[in-house]
Ligand binder design. Structure first.
Ligand code: 9WO
Length: 234
């Protein structure tokens, strides 16, 4: 809670996409509690093309589609940064895989500027001179970088001290061992003939912990054995 607030600036051609996502639940509360500040910027506000607010152009050398021009992106990042230090992130399938490890590391950055790509992507000079980190959120192609940007803000924010309640934070602490969580049950103990495992009703905390760990390990081995091969993810 000593933390000065984390600030996220997002550069996009679809600013309204972020409104519903950032104004619900924990992300909303984190802003109200001043743990984070999120600013969404319309890239078109930064183009020199006053008339058509153009931000893309045809690729040199030919080929299909359009490329995001350097001018609006350079000017947007410069204006948003001001005198502050900021890390500039571009999301693309060609980036390094974004994992829990990156989410944790990026909680330390006071200001993240996330560029959301469209069309065929950004002019290479933006990548070379403006982008500090290129991150992928998975091996698939999307229609734009907006959803990856939301995802990155979400994953980082829940790790910022004071964002989650004490109970929720403890739950995430138990994930630090690269295991998936085993099955969970709530009332009733017998739902239409389907029973909760006896061990969970036993009240024996030690036995319950051993059972949970063994289920977590079995599940991880079955569906994500790669997580058990050291330093993956968390
Ligand atoms: C697309 C692409 C495909 C294969 C290899 C590299 C690539 N880079 C891009 C790219 O920069 N695309 C731009 C952003 C424009 C089209 C929509 N964009 C996008 C980002 N689609 N998918 C992503 C993305 C971002 C992070 N993690 C997974 C997917």
């Amino acid at each position: 809670m000593k933390n000065i607030m984390n600030r996220f600036d997002i550069i996009t051609i679809f600013p309204t996409m972020f409104v519903p996502v950032f104004n619900e639940s924990i992300l909303k509360r984190a802003q109200e509690k001043k743990r984070i500040a999120i600013r969404v910027h319309d890239l078109r506000d930064y183009t020199d093309d006053k008339k058509h607010r153009k931000i893309d152009d045809r690729p040199f050398g030919g080929g299909p589609g359009m490329v995001m021009m350097p001018q609006p992106l350079f000017d947007a990042v410069k204006a948003i940064k001001g005198r502050r230090k900021a890390k500039v992130i571009y999301t693309s399938p060609a980036g390094k895989p974004f994992t829990q490890f990156h989410a944790k590391r990026l909680t330390k950055a006071k200001n993240l500027i996330i560029i959301c790509g469209h069309y065929e992507g950004i002019d290479e000079r933006v990548r070379e001179s403006l982008v500090d980190e290129e991150l992928s959120v998975g091996d698939y192609v999307l229609t734009g970088g907006e959803i990856p940007a939301m995802l990155i803000v979400d994953a980082i924010t829940r790790l910022i001290p004071g964002v989650l309640g004490k109970k929720e934070s403890l739950i995430h602490e138990s994930f630090e061992d690269n295991l998936l969580e085993g099955p969970q049950y709530t009332r009733p103990a017998n739902f239409r003939g389907k029973k909760v495992p006896d061990v969970l009703l036993s009240g024996n905390h030690k036995t319950i912990e051993i059972w949970r760990n063994s289920r977590a390990l079995a599940l991880t081995k079955a569906v994500r054995p790669d997580l058990l091969k050291k330093d993956k993810g968390v």
